[in-house]
Ligand binder design. Structure first.
Ligand code: PEP
Ligand code: CO
Length: 444
């Protein structure tokens, strides 16, 4: 294996990188970024890796979720609190369903760069670069809006720090009551034929919390420390490299996040992203899909987990409800044949995206749930284990995905469609998804 350094990716093809018009201005921004203090510590990163190793062994369960793309304009107290609230509430439901501690990982404090299928976009005869996330450019379809701006790298870093600072403060105090279903917004439940079952799960959760608190005198937050970890797609390699620092000689961490992942479009084994990721000490994820062959998966695993390290590698699979049965079994076998223990995580969102007749990107609640349920079954049938889930969701009342208890239809999408990229589950849909997963897991 060739020697690795935080910049050795530069000798490989790097896909999905923006083209900055002024290289000197860009270099200055990256230099400034590299001089900034880290967002997270090596100790926190190692702690997460240990927990992920537990999840791979079936002793914990991973919940990873957040926006497809964070927006600078949504770096605001209410939105951040809502994001944390939904993740916390889902995790409480999943603890109940899985009978295991849940590792909470947000897609936040850095999820500002997006891969795009097309480099360019054309409207009315005008062609401009695609929007690549707030770290790179702006959604406005104007030459100024779409030109990559290096200052946005610094702003993304600043917003990530502000977000994380607020999350750390919320986690430390003032968030504990949210463990209790009594405080949750459950009005939507009465629209579901499964309301009775949902209520039973929530009563069981309340009872066990009350038992711990009243009978044993232990408060929920002491029973299970409310930790949140951060993650984002490690897409913009100059950004990631700038925050890659060695803790001890030769051991490099990406200190901009706990858990970076490689997107499906940049997972080429000989390409720059895999080269960068193979050398950092963080636990890492890699997205795999219907185009990932068993042989490619084996090379990915061997390259990304050369030391066979517990907790190192999470495989986040995203096939689509129609393809998971065809694709997943042979990838499970391929991974097993490498002799490594990986953590399997299902992303039931990205294989189920479709366009409505009006050209609006959406996903149906039923497809998402069905892919997830199949993922549990396929792993179990092969002596493997689904150890985590990955969602695009928000704590807000948006209308981007169809279905769920309120039966959102395509006609509802116009009401509150806010995402510039992929459609997210809203608060109610996300909580309902957790309840249905809990129901599924308690049957396994
Ligand atoms: C994403 O997670 O937002 C994403 C782009 O996913 P994928 O790489 O799986 O398409
Ligand atoms: Co997405």
């Amino acid at each position: 294996m060739q020697t690795w350094s935080p910049r050795s990716w530069r000798s490989r093809p790097a896909l999905q990188q923006p083209a900055y018009p002024n290289v000197q201005v860009f270099d200055e921004a990256v230099k400034e970024l590299a001089s900034m203090p880290p967002l997270v510590t090596a100790g926190e990163i190692d702690a997460l890796k240990t927990q992920l190793a537990d999840a791979a062994e079936g002793r914990r369960f991973l919940l990873q979720g957040g926006d497809c793309a964070e927006r600078f304009s949504e770096c605001a107290p209410e939105q951040i609190t809502n994001k944390l609230r939904i993740l916390l509430q889902m995790s409480v439901v999943l603890v109940h369903g899985s009978k295991r501690p849940v590792i909470r990982v947000g897609r936040f404090a850095g999820q500002y760069a997006k891969p795009r299928s097309e480099d360019l976009e054309t409207h009315d005869g005008v062609t401009l670069p695609s929007y690549r996330g707030d770290m790179v450019n702006r959604p406005e379809f104007t030459p100024a809006g779409r030109t990559p701006d290096p200052q946005l790298l610094l702003r993304a870093y600043g917003r990530s720090a502000l977000t994380l600072n607020f999350i750390r403060a919320l986690v430390k105090g003032g968030f504990a009551d949210l463990h209790h279903p009594e405080y949750w917004d459950l009005e939507w439940m009465r629209h579901s034929p499964l309301a009775g079952e949902y209520r039973k799960i929530l009563v069981a959760i309340s009872d066990s919390l009350r038992f711990f608190e009243n009978v044993l005198g232990i408060h929920a937050e002491e029973v299970h420390t409310v930790d949140f970890f951060t993650s984002h797609e490690g897409l913009h390699l100059d950004y990631e490299e700038a925050q890659t620092k060695s803790a001890t000689p030769g051991r490099y961490y990406n200190l901009s996040t706990h858990f970076p992942w490689i997107g499906v479009r940049t997972a080429g084994v000989d390409d720059a992203h895999v080269e960068y990721f193979r050398g950092i000490a963080n636990p890492i994820g890699v997205k795999i899909g219907s185009s990932t062959s068993p042989a490619t998966l084996q090379r990915l695993i061997e390259t990304l987990d050369p030391d066979r390290e517990p907790g190192r590698l999470t495989l986040i699979h995203r096939f689509g409800v129609d393809r998971i049965e065809d694709c997943l079994p042979r990838l499970i076998e391929a991974a097993r044949a490498t002799g490594r223990r990986v953590l399997w995580c299902s992303d039931p969102m990205h294989g189920n995206t479709r366009l409505t007749a009006d050209g609006v990107k959406t996903r149906s609640f039923a497809d998402i749930l069905a892919e997830l349920e199949r993922a549990f079954d396929i792993h179990a049938a092969r002596g493997s284990r689904l150890g985590g889930v990955h969602f695009e969701l928000t704590g807000e009342d948006v209308t981007e995905c169809t279905g769920g208890a309120r039966g959102l239809s395509e006609a509802d999408l116009g009401r509150a469609y806010k995402s510039e990229v992929d459609p997210r589950l809203n608060y109610e849909q996300a909580l309902e998804m957790a309840l249905l997963m809990a129901r599924k897991m308690s049957q396994h």
